[in-house]
Design a protein around this ligand. Structure first.
Ligand code: NAD
Ligand code: ZN
Length: 353
């Protein structure tokens, strides 16, 4: 069976396109209110003044010091239901991948009962989500285009993967990423680079994914090796293309390991990918060298010896979380991946980090 996947319905791209948000939302306003979930890093920023808030709208500053948890999604959903008995006309997420994922998850949970944890997995969502808009302020995760919202739940880190997860509208304004700290920009940018490599080196590769991944990879190399004036535009498009590439393929070894790091040690996705990728010469040789060249050029370092205080129990949990991602391993290593990637091999890779 070929995957019949949903894509974002509407998008605008361009410097200053954030100013069009008001017009875009006007057409969706239907007598209730809009919910804006905005990264609290912008609390004191110019951007705050540009959010097109109307009387009844509800602005919630979200904190993403920890990556999104199902519990946080549940509490935000409750907060909105307490604010009004009516469903909002829309949910708008403004921030990096974490904030966009919160917006996706909340828009689903407003129309589906129970906890967000009940929907971690593939195609478990029953009812369509509230209209939702994604506006990235960091580029690389591809969350703006993907059909998942990655959440840490009580027992696993796993996305809510569904057609209803996909944004109805995205606004890609490269001006919004220009103020991001250099290291964060690199880690998130490398998420995109690694999406491309894992897609290109994976067994699920096809012409669709290859076309997007090759272009996105070139854009990443140009952004992080040459400093051209249109770097922000290029990185934003790379993120979108990288996301499109994995939409029709899968991620690979670095992502599978990074999920375990995140679940047990709270390591953020972009950094976790970088930490893992640096030890994957056996799988992605030349690309690991390229990655190191970009890191040197950007004068960025990655944390080392993060396993120094790890307990055996934590290590076992890490391995379990990583092994949940069966499609990821299958993409990386083929249908016999379980014979290749044993628990011992994963343990060995983790212990080197
Ligand atoms: P993030 O959203 O976690 O943000 C990282 C930090 O950067 C935060 O402190 C945030 O406040 C800050 N920040 C964001 N924009 C900024 C700006 N313009 N200026 C200054 N600071 C800014 O980072 P991310 O790397 O974009 O997202 C990682 C998250 O995305 C993880 O939770 C990961 O699981 C998720 N993810 C989702 C998908 C998907 O398809 N849904 C794919 C990959 C990753
Ligand atoms: Zn990723």
């Amino acid at each position: 069976m070929f995957r019949n996947f949903k894509t974002v319905l509407n998008m605008v791209f361009g410097r200053g396109s954030f100013n069009q948000l008001d017009d875009i939302l006007q057409k969706k306003r239907n007598n209730t209110f809009m919910v804006f979930l905005v990264d609290d890093v912008f609390k004191e920023s110019e951007l705050k003044k540009r959010i097109p808030l109307m009387d009844k709208d509800y602005l919630i500053w979200v904190n993403v010091s920890d990556e999104p948890k199902t519990k946080y999604v549940d509490s935000l959903t409750k907060q909105i239901k307490d604010y009004s008995k009516l469903l909002p006309d829309g949910v708008i997420g403004i921030g990096g991948g974490s904030t966009m994922d919160l917006a996706k998850a909340v828009s689903i949970m407003l129309t589906n009962s129970g906890s967000a944890a009940d929907y971690q997995g593939w195609d478990l969502v029953k009812n369509p989500a509230v209209y939702h808009v994604g506006i990235p302020t960091l580029a690389g995760t591809g969350s703006e285009v993907s059909r998942t919202t990655v959440l840490t739940g009580p027992t696993k880190k796993l996305g809510i993967n569904s057609d209803y997860t996909v944004f109805d509208q995205i606004v890609l304004d490269p001006e919004l990423i220009k103020g991001a700290p250099k290291d964060q920009r690199f880690y998130t940018g490398m998420d995109c680079y690694i999406h491309c490599i894992e897609s290109l080196k994976g067994t699920f590769l096809n012409a669709f994914s290859k076309g997007y991944a090759e272009k996105a990879m070139d854009l990443c190399l140009s952004v992080f090796l040459d400093n051209t004036p249109d770097n922000d535009d290029n990185l934003m498009i790379a993120s979108y293309f990288g996301g499109m590439s994995i939409a029709y393929s899968q991620v690979g070894v670095a992502h599978a390991l990074s999920y375990g790091l995140s679940f047990v040690l709270g390591v953020h996705h972009g950094i976790g990918n970088c930490i893992a990728f640096d030890y994957l010469e056996d799988y992605y040789k030349e690309s690991v060298y390229e990655f190191r060249r970009m890191m040197d050029k950007q004068n960025v370092t990655i944390p080392r010896n993060i396993m120094s205080n790890i307990t055996n129990e934590q290590l076992e949990t890490m391995i379990n979380v990583s092994l949940v991602l069966k499609p990821v391993w299958e993409n990386a290593l083929g249908p016999n991946w379980e014979k290749i990637m044993t628990r011992e091999k994963i343990r060995d890779l983790y212990l080197r980090m």
